[in-house]
Design a protein around this ligand. Sequence first.
Ligand code: CU
Length: 400
Amino acid sequence: MPGGAPAGGWTMYPPLVLQTGDAFPYLIFAIHFMGASSIAGAINIIATVFNMRAPGMTLMKLPLFVWTWIITAFLLIASIPVLAGAVTMLLTDKFFGTAFFSAAGGGDPVMFQHIFWFFGHPEVYILILPAFGIVSAIIPTFARKPLFGYGSMVYATGAIAFLSFIVWAHHMFTVGMPLAGELFFMYTTVLIAVPTGVKIFNWIATMWRGSMTFETPMLFALAFVVLFTIGGFSGLMLGVTPVDFQYHDTYFVVAHFHYVLVTGAVFALMAGAYFWLPKWTGHMYNETLGKWHFWLSTISVNVLFFPQHFLGLAGMPRRIPDYAVQFSDFNMVSSIGGFVYGASQILFVVVVVKCARGGEKATDEVWEGAQGLEWTLPSPPPFHSFTEAPDPSSITGGNR
Ligand SMILES: [Cu+2]
């Protein structure tokens, strides 16, 4: 057996992944290990939310961040075992003589793609739903208005989770499947735009005529709404089967998923970090440095990823070590954006370290009018946060 890393990308498609790599069984072991920990974490979240809420905290009063986490936890429990099954079948194909994915042995390599993406598409919602929850906590705080359409936000999150299980083959339109299959997966995919649109419009309606201020958490949340929507639109384009035949495996896909996962998930994490940093450390962070971090990140991340749309449309393939000369200009622009974006994140580390070491003392509420039980505790919260159950009449949850 040749040495080294397993052949193939993160999707581990056979037959290539079965052909090289002493590290292959370790890869499978790591996936099982992380899967077990994800499932244990998900069970913990579900058990906590359903059994340990404060008196008066009914389900429809939960902060939306908690709602998105319950639904994410169910997605984990439903999708991780499917991945575990898929990689175990790879393992037995390689070491125990089975032929699940070997055409020569009567198996089907495309079957792996179906099983993998039955896990893979819910997985991307596992990454983004908690981000939606964070943004739904921040926008009402800095617009000084209740979250618009709380109930519809909960149902939209549930609808996105449900749809995530019936769209998987949009990752494999070009593999060759019956027309009925292509139509089904195209329609279900574009249908996801409906609950996602509900969320975008609710965030905008929350800000409408609000008394808005633009501290760093709000800036990152606003950038999230705008830039995630760009990523959502390119996702819709990719979901349209005939169009995907041109875009598939090009840099257009790379641009798409970096808009949803970097300017989407990562920006929401940044927004959440700035939002709760004073609560965690007991000190206000440096707002000037925070704003510098925001603007440098936001400008450079677009310089980094936007030109990749053009590269993809011009036909530059993904996963190549070198590229044809006509692609070099946009790649140069993209690289400059990438280095500036990377360097800008040093500012974030500086902000966090400075905030942890001192600075202006944070009040309990931190952000004037912030809703949610964490803001009724001192900053930082004491050990055993609540020594007695909070007053039910003070509970408004995320739904003030
Ligand atoms: Cu997908």
